[in-house]
Write a protein that binds this ligand. Structure first.
Ligand SMILES: *[C@@H]1O[C@H](CO)[C@@H](O)[C@H](O)[C@H]1NC(C)=O
Length: 443
């Protein structure tokens, strides 16, 4: 079933969106219906590591630079600049044709998912002479969208990297500086990329129901006024090309209270995307297993609060409770868990903490397996308090705690996702009517 069909009934009120004032003192709005509600929550995975390389997802592509050698190769930008355009194009073309296959898409549908989120960098649409990136992604994107349609999956296209980098993460395509807002040219080229993505969406209107216009803009390195201006400009640009397509905006890592100040409550045809990881900040990373489960209840509360204003999805989450996946924190870098990454932790999370076996499903004992299954169910409960979720990632080469297909086929993620054995959700027959409450939450 296509969520888009359900949206056919939603009246499209384009520019009203940004005229809303959300005047102070107006009564609190009722919770929204969920996006695509007649078809149940969004349940999906990200196709990460495909059009935007991340060393930890596909370490085989980066192995040649391991252990000394050329330490400059840390992201797609430096990958291509080290190899040169011809060799980079040859390797990436091979990668684009093999990292996601029709068999994978069929598997995702068989696992009970109804959506995929497809990250792609601006350079698939616009490259300047002095940029090392190569092109050729689009025919592969078109092919994947064809498979998605065939196997009844809907898609969100996600602009994951913009010129200058919106967050300095390797997964923006360019590690280091947050330079997106340093020139008008960067903004203009981002808008061109949004328009190009909208054209793809328009050609696949029965499969692509939404476009995320920029992933994870970092509030700490950007002007939020500038980010909001970009959201408004992007909305107008792509709605002209792909009317009926929903705009997804990322929360820029800001809590619901901040978004309430931005007066977004009247925005229409907009989904807010929030990401939930447990391994990148100290207070989550050092939690006990029980605390990880309990923390999902706080996240559910946050999703509910967001969801009173805008449809809300959790566009990225995983089962990781350590940051031990090799190169997760950047190519060649260590982990906070065992003290081998010395950013904010000073030493390991507890004396003798080791990364050995943490991302290796074969090494997990029965207690650990049960915990991961509970953690999966607790998070699904939490994110279905909004419009649903996308796990990161559909697959990884090595990092099993981030590998949906592997976790699901080993029984650590429910198949289909509604098949919950630990959560009370499994007792619910109509997810739409009930106020989901996880057994881990004491409210
Ligand atoms: C994963 O764990 C198993 C069992 O402990 C071990 O035999 C295997 O070598 C490990 N794999 C990796 C890649 O470390």
């Amino acid at each position: 079933m296509k969520v888009l069909r359900a949206l056919g009934a939603v009246s499209v009120a384009p520019l009203l969106l940004f005229l809303a004032t959300g005047a102070a003192g107006s009564p609190a709005p009722a919770p929204r219906q969920r996006f695509g509600s007649s078809n149940g929550p969004i349940r999906g995975v990200n196709l990460g590591g495909l059009f935007v390389l991340e060393p930890w997802i596909t370490p085989s592509l980066f192995k040649q630079w391991e252990g000394g050698g050329d330490r400059r190769v840390v992201d797609e930008w430096t990958y291509c600049s080290a190899l040169g355009k011809d060799e980079c194009r040859a390797r990436l073309t091979k990668h684009w044709g093999s990292w996601v296959t029709e068999s994978d898409i069929r598997t995702l549908a068989w696992l009970g998912l109804n959506h995929i989120r497809i990250p792609i960098g601006y350079w698939a649409f616009t490259v300047k002479d002095d940029e090392p990136y190569v092109q050729g992604q689009l025919p592969f994107l078109e092919t994947i969208l064809g498979w998605a349609k065939k196997h009844n999956l809907n898609a969100i296209l996600d602009l994951h990297g913009v010129p200058g980098s919106q967050n300095g993460f390797d997964n923006s395509g360019k590690f280091g500086r947050i330079g997106w807002q340093t020139s008008q040219e960067n903004i203009d080229r981002s808008l061109q990329a949004v328009e190009a993505i909208a054209a793809v969406a328009a050609r696949h209107a029965d499969t692509v129901d939404a476009i995320e216009i920029v992933n994870e803009p970092a509030n700490w390195g950007l002007s939020m006024d500038g980010v909001l201006d970009f959201y408004k400009a992007a909305y107008q640009r792509f709605r002209a090309i792909a009317p009926g397509t929903i705009m997804v905006i990322h929360d820029a890592f800001l809590p619901p209270t901040e978004w309430e100040r931005f007066n977004v409550a009247g925005w229409e045809n907009v989904i807010l995307d929030t990401h939930n990881y447990h391994v990148f900040v100290k207070d989550r990373l050092t939690m006990s297993r029980d605390d990880h489960l309990a923390a999902t209840c706080q996240d559910a509360a946050s999703v509910r609060r967001f969801n009173t204003h805008l449809w809300t999805i959790t566009g990225e989450w995983s089962l990781a409770v350590t940051d031990c996946a090799r190169w997760l924190n950047g190519f060649g870098k260590g982990a906070r868990w065992d003290g081998s990454l010395d950013w904010e932790m000073h030493g390991p999370v507890y004396p003798g903490a080791t990364c050995a076996g943490q991302s290796n499903i074969t090494a997990w004992d029965q207690k650990t397996r049960i915990f991961f299954r509970q953690f999966a169910e607790a998070q699904m409960d939490a994110y279905e308090a909004g419009s649903g979720w996308f796990f990161w990632n559909f697959r990884t080469e090595d990092a099993d705690d981030w590998n949906y297909i592997k976790l699901a086929t080993h029984g650590l993620i429910p198949v289909p996702p509604s098949n919950r054995v630990y959560s009370r959700y499994s007792l619910a027959t109509n997810w739409w009517d009930i106020q989901l409450k996880s057994q881990w939450c004491h409210e």
